[in-house]
Design a protein around this ligand. Structure first.
Ligand code: ADP
Ligand code: DP6
Ligand code: CO
Length: 351
């Protein structure tokens, strides 16, 4: 008997950024954050987990067809072992259950968008891993409980377990037991909200988010100042979302992206996630907003050069027209988009 589960998880793009850890092992953040989970129809990770007693001992993982070693005590290992512990507890209570917790695992995951390029692949990737294993193990845990596990795989992943507008509360407990994600509003609350993803570069970034934020915590004085303003930004953006106040939402989102990238510049040695094209996109949106008299779009950049532009559906045609006028799409874009589903369906490379 082979046991298998496949689950997809969407990316989320933060408006108030998570950047810095209080506890690097448990991944407890230095500040709360808030993001929007995008629709799974677009950017997603799809992960298949298989348990089979005939597999050789030890778990194995393939990402986009290439094997990634699961390091003992590393983050992925911790996620798998925590979920296995929950499964084992179920099996001990009900002896009729198959002993999946004893079987080696084979995990294959595909991202249908650039990996490690600042488009939150670690968020959708670890959320998909946790969701697919929890499905395979038929775990009864809630999304909040699963978010505690996903957080230990990659901090931003805890927010991808919920749709819509999601906060990650930093929590007070030193063991991280209250550092979890919480839905602030479902996607149906503000369906006019849309995101335009501008892929400036699909190359792997030079500094991973993990390494980048650790360097910022250790060397940036500006980072400590940012921590003072985040709580009031969290309150303000949550009320903007609840009241569907796009103007306030946009101002806070752009301000926090800029503060975050300023902290990266203030790091020693400085980290440059944005490039000239990223900065031109900022200027373009600032000019559009100025011409409109009030914000009609908000840019935000994660740890990479790629822009995410949040806007309302009524403004989207104007935003797309402006972006396409100044940044014509790559010639081969359509071809590249067409090959993605084929890659995603390719399945287990080792079978
Ligand atoms: P990003 O900006 O894309 O989130 P990060 O530096 O935070 O970049 O993380 C990238 C890393 O996340 C990858 O090198 C890989 O280890 C992990 N990752 C990305 N996608 C997946 C996935 N689908 N399954 C498992 N791990 C993944
Ligand atoms: C800029 O969650 O990728 O995207 O916890 O070390 O895996 P690790 O980092 P990660 O950091 C995300 C940083 C960010 C902002 C955000 O998503 O909130
Ligand atoms: Co990431």
């Amino acid at each position: 008997m082979v046991y298998e589960a496949t689950v997809s998880a969407p990316v989320n793009i933060a408006c108030i950024k998570y950047w810095g850890k209080r506890d690097t092992k448990l991944i407890i953040p230095t500040n709360s954050s808030l993001s929007i989970t995008l629709s799974q129809d677009h950017l997603r990770s799809t992960t298949t987990c298989r348990a089979d007693p005939r597999f050789e001992r030890g778990d194995r993982l393939w990402l986009n067809g290439k094997e990634e070693v699961i390091k003992e005590n590393g983050r992925t290992w911790v996620c798998i072992e925590e979920l296995r512990r929950w499964r084992r507890a179920m099996e001990e209570k009900d002896k009729k259950l198959p002993e999946l917790s004893e079987m080696p695992l084979r995990i294959a995951s595909y991202n249908n968008f650039p990996t490690a390029a600042g488009l939150a692949s670690s968020a959708s990737g670890l959320a998909a891993l946790v969701s697919s294993l929890s499905t395979l193990f038929s775990l009864p845990q809630t999304p909040s409980q699963l978010s505690l596990i996903a957080r230990q795989g990659s901090g931003s992943a805890c927010r991808s377990l919920f749709g819509g507008f999601v906060a990650w509360r930093e929590g007070l407990a030193s063991d991280g037991s209250d550092s979890m994600a919480q839905q602030v509003a479902p996607e149906t609350h503000w369906p006019e909200m849309q995101a335009l993803i501008c892929v400036v570069s699909d190359q792997k970034k030079a500094t991973s988010s993990t390494a980048g934020m650790q360097a910022t915590v250790e060397t940036s004085a500006l980072f400590r100042q940012r921590l003072q303003v985040v709580p009031s930004r969290m309150d303000a953006i949550e009320s903007a979302i609840k009241q569907k106040d796009f103007e306030s939402f946009a101002k806070i989102t752009m301000a926090d992206s800029n503060t975050f990238h300023a902290c990266c510049l203030d790091t020693t040695p400085p980290i440059f996630y944005m490039n000239d094209v990223s900065r031109s996109i900022i200027q373009l949106i600032e000019q559009l907003n100025k011409a409109n008299g009030k914000p009609l779009a908000a840019y935000t950049f994660d740890a990479g050069p790629n822009a995410v532009i949040y806007t309302l559906d009524k403004y989207m045609p104007v935003v797309i027209k402006a972006v396409q006028r100044f940044f014509p799409p790559a010639q081969d874009l359509e071809d590249r988009l067409n090959v993605m589903p084929a890659v995603e369906k390719a399945g287990f490379p080792m079978m």
